[in-house]
Design a protein around this ligand. Structure first.
Ligand code: ATP
Length: 309
């Protein structure tokens, strides 16, 4: 059996952010079954942490703790496990790793927590195994693992196309204040897309992100951004989880600048003008009974980054 590549540090800790979609336009399914997307991602200050430490050659172990850990597979179905396996396969060595995932992002919430774990794992294993790969090198592997994984590496604010895996940084100014309202339970992404197809898609023509949204970001104009938030998966998500409707409708009462279901839901993201407004809204939503809990986050933040151990 080949010797593993020279080991790097004893343990590597990496964090990667959740994302919200400021816009998510969805086309009709392609022949390969994927829906084409025109989206703008923003990374927000809610982070997954993955710690990679050495294991015997060929052994990939996953341990999961934190928010919703009991709903997450710890076997080779875990996206972090798949990320480590794919990287080892690409290198062609029986590399081993123990991955400890500390989840803060709720599971199946439309915030791409699993994708953040995969992105963090690619960075952590590359360093642990002494491979010297940078984010640019890891992007193709990230795209193979899932539509949202490349963005979790990149972070910031970015335009996504293809099935979301093709990402380009957006010209964006400013810091935005968001309150995320977490629902009781998750929504499986495939079910939301199925419902979208059943409801009869009406993709925008031309199929692209609106100029208004890109202008708002370029100018750092939170009020305009609030008006431009849109998600084609919002209708099917509300259809599958009708309790979300009241939450979305509450935006007006709470005088949010805008509101949108994130990704395939069920998390609802409220954009507000200031930190003070965000704190007020977090308290109000937490007490409203309309959601399980609410959390203040800011965006944009950077993608997968190594932390001191
Ligand atoms: P997506 O839109 O990428 O489907 P999401 O953001 O709505 O995802 P995730 O929390 O990323 O939701 O996970 C979706 C499903 O993926 C979960 O139901 C879980 O079974 C599976 N999964 C695999 N690995 C992970 C992981 N590391 N963390 C969370 N879920 C994972």
């Amino acid at each position: 059996m080949a010797e593993p590549i020279l080991p790097g540090p004893l343990a590597v800790r990496v964090r990667a952010p959740a994302k919200i979609n400021l816009t998510l336009r969805v086309g009709r399914p392609r022949p390969d079954g994927f829906h084409p997307l025109a989206t703008v991602y923003q990374a927000v200050s809610l982070y997954e942490e993955v710690t990679a430490s050495p294991a015997d050659p060929g052994v990939i172990e996953v341990r999961v703790t934190g928010e919703g850990a009991e709903q997450v597979p710890a076997d080779d179905h875990n996206l972090a496990h798949r990320a480590a396996r794919l990287l080892a396969y690409q290198i062609g060595e029986p590399l081993g790793v123990t991955l400890r995932i500390e989840k803060a992002v709720p599971v199946a919430a439309g915030l791409a927590g699993g994708s953040a774990d995969a992105a963090a794992t690619l960075v952590a294993c590359s360093l642990l195994w002494g491979l010297g790969l940078d984010h640019q090198d890891l992007l193709p592997l990230a795209a193979e693992l899932g539509s949202d994984v490349p963005f979790a590496l990149l972070g910031g604010t970015a335009v996504g196309s293809g099935r979301g895996e093709s990402v380009a940084p957006a010209l964006a100014r400013g810091n935005y204040h968001w309150v995320l309202a977490f629902a009781d339970g998750g929504l499986p992404t495939p079910a939301v897309y199925r419902r979208y197809d059943e409801l009869g898609p009406t993709p925008p023509d031309p199929f692209e992100v609106s100029a208004g949204l890109m202008n708002a970001l370029r100018n750092g104009d939170a009020e305009q951004l609030g008006r431009e938030l849109i998600n084609d998966l919002q209708a099917p998500a509300l259809d599958l989880m009708p309790s979300l409707r009241k939450l979305v409708e509450a935006a007006e009462e709470y005088r949010a600048l805008g509101v949108v279901v994130s990704g395939s839901g069920p998390t609802v993201a409220f954009l507000v003008a200031s930190q003070a407004d965000a704190v007020d809204l977090t308290v109000a939503l937490s007490a409203s009974g309309l959601c399980r809990s609410a959390r203040y986050v800011t965006g944009p933040v950077t993608g997968a980054r190594v932390l001191p151990t």
